[in-house]
Design a protein around this ligand. Structure first.
Ligand SMILES: NC(=O)c1ccc[n+]([C@@H]2O[C@H](COP(=O)([O-])OP(=O)(O)OC[C@H]3O[C@@H](n4cnc5c(N)ncnc54)[C@H](OP(=O)(O)O)[C@@H]3O)[C@@H](O)[C@H]2O)c1
Length: 267
């Protein structure tokens, strides 16, 4: 027992109970609620995919990745918070276990090679993923596509035909939750084997200059040369927001819109 200023007896027992309740409720406030969003990143061990995984982990989401090599060589500490699945989008059955309870998917699967290979990896593989995700009841699907580059589109037909075929399938299967990001060149630190390539040495100054030059991109033939590069962390931030924010507009997001969205504070 203790005596208060007005002489009333105070029970120290109840103080103890009070304190316990208070500390329990503070703990309850401090404890993070279990994430309600479960995000699957296809190609999460690649250049763009790994930045997306990191951004999503930092936002407290439950994150998993699927690629043919699984975790690969990533050593960063955030990578321990990602569940790494091995699978091949060209064998859609290998994707199904990774889709269990997933609410959003971001696909960073793509690549270069012969025209037929590029169509397969940028088109068929992603179309398989969209169909599987739609069957599993995934709510939102974000696809990292690519900006049109005029003549380059013709030279890399397989790449662009694949990208556009995937976009068409996404619009069809996810009319209310499909988002297509169309960046140009993406810069940042790119790991190639044991070598780190600082792509921002060229990309960052070009981005600074060209982000204000939208009208130049409309010049026939040479316009695409003026499409600004975009930082990999900006693409990651916008992709994660698009995947979890029901207010993020669906449809095509061009490079200027990516730059704009990346400046906005997350809710
Ligand atoms: N980098 C740029 O400047 C740029 C610009 C515009 C658009 N984009 C687009 O952005 C996306 C990501 O580009 P990035 O540079 O990050 O490419 P990346 O580093 O080559 O990553 C591609 C990812 O896809 C995975 N993958 C490839 N084939 C697969 C398959 N059949 N099944 C499952 N996973 C597969 C790869 O992992 P495994 O090899 O382990 O399977 C890797 O994780 C691509 O779609 C690309 O076209 C990139």
């Amino acid at each position: 027992m203790a005596i208060s200023n007005n002489g009333r007896l105070l029970s120290t027992d109840s103080n103890v109970v009070d304190q316990t309740l208070r500390s329990n409720s503070t703990e309850a406030l401090d404890a993070k609620p279990p994430p309600t969003e479960k995000l699957l990143v296809l190609g999460g061990n690649g250049f763009v995919g790994s930045h997306i995984c990191r951004e999503a982990v930092q936002q407290g989401l439950a994150v998993s990745s699927l690629s043919r090599s699984g975790r690969s060589s990533l050593q960063d500490s955030w990578a321990n918070d990602v569940v790494w699945h091995q699978g091949d989008l060209l064998s859609p059955d290998s994707l199904k276990p990774a889709l269990s309870e997933v609410t959003s998917v971001i696909s960073c699967v793509g690549g270069f090679g012969s025209n037929s290979h590029m169509y397969k990896i940028n088109g068929t593989a992603n179309i398989n993923a969209i169909q599987a995700a739609s069957e599993q009841g995934v709510k939102r699907f974000v696809y990292i596509s690519a900006a049109d580059f005029g003549l380059v589109n013709y030279l890399l037909r397989g790449y662009y035909d694949g990208k556009r075929a995937t976009e068409a399938e996404l619009t069809n299967k996810f009319p209310d939750g499909g988002i297509i990001l169309r960046p140009g060149f993406i810069h940042g630190m790119r790991q190639v084997g044991s070598i780190k390539l600082p792509l921002s040495i060229i990309g960052a100054p070009l981005e600074m200059v060209l982000k204000h030059a939208k009208p130049l991109t409309l010049i026939p033939l040479i316009g695409p040369l003026f499409i600004p590069p975009v930082k990999v962390s900006s693409v990651a931030k916008v992709a994660v927001r698009a995947a979890i924010d029901p207010l993020f507009p669906t449809g095509i997001v061009d490079v200027f819109q990516i730059l704009q969205h990346s400046q906005q504070k997350s809710a």
